[in-house]
Design a protein around this ligand. Structure first.
Ligand code: CA
Length: 130
């Protein structure tokens, strides 16, 4: 009886490993939008549980400004930690990739608009994948 118990345990481990190696799915994809965001304004917060190995991204579409620098940050004790920064051009294919960061609360901040530290931007949809 002891032998069959061990075999059963082994079978469970195998099944778990197959589950982990399955299709790569992000935890979630959030559709949102920005209306007249100023430089310095922050997006809604999303919580990455780091339960996947998927490269996340932020994407802007239907913008009224075609050159927007965003920074993505994780909330930390003390100053937030920057995990990604880039300029988006509001095309369907343009994505600011965030990588596969550790678990935490994330947001993006509008840092520059057309290279300036003033101005506003609207975009709809804004897609956040994590
Ligand atoms: Ca994730």
């Amino acid at each position: 009886m002891k032998v069959s118990r061990i075999l059963t345990a082994g079978a469970v481990v195998t099944a778990t490993l197959i589950g982990v190696a399955g299709p790569a799915l992000a935890e979630d994809t959030i559709p949102t939008y920005m209306t007249n965001f100023n430089v310095g304004d922050e997006s809604r917060v999303w919580h990455d549980n780091n339960m996947d190995n998927v490269v996340g991204y932020v994407q802007l579409q239907n913008c009224n400004r075609n050159n927007t620098q965003l920074g993505v940050f994780r909330a930390d004790f003390g100053p937030d930690t920057n995990v990604a920064r880039g300029t988006l051009y509001c095309t369907t294919s343009a994505k600011l990739t965030v990588g596969d960061p550790i678990a935490g609360d994330y947001h993006f901040t509008v840092e520059l608009i057309n290279g300036n530290s003033s101005g506003t931007i609207s975009a709809d949809p804004v897609t956040i994948r994590y």
